[in-house]
Design a binder for this molecule. Structure first.
Ligand code: ZN
Length: 104
């Protein structure tokens, strides 16, 4: 991912919150909003068919990031962050056989 080097100073009050667990944030460029969605995707040119990559998105960037992946045919599914609790990591470890995209 591209380094988020254009953070807004308006959120600097978070910097003083030492000891605060780092909450997952949106993958949108420069976005520091807490993630509300998980975009599950796979690039057939780089990944085996059963491999799953994930992007995190806030409400604002869910559509943009979904389209970015969707137009390339990478997007697999979009899940509410609350429903994504490491199940993808388990699925990846199960070495499932390759399957064709259902919409093909
Ligand atoms: Zn965002």
């Amino acid at each position: 991912m591209t380094p988020q080097d254009d953070q807004q100073p308006s959120l600097s009050f978070f910097a003083g919150a030492a000891g605060q667990p780092e909450s997952p944030i949106c993958s949108g460029k420069g976005c520091r909003t807490a993630a509300a969605w998980v975009l599950v995707w796979n690039n057939p040119k780089l990944h085996t068919p059963d491999r799953r990559k994930t992007w995190l998105a806030c409400d604002e960037h869910r559509e943009h990031l979904s389209q970015f992946l969707g137009v390339r045919g990478f997007l697999k599914e979009v899940l509410p962050f609350a429903e994504w609790t490491g199940t993808e990591a388990q699925a990846e470890a199960q070495a499932q056989p390759p399957v064709a995209p259902p919409e093909a």
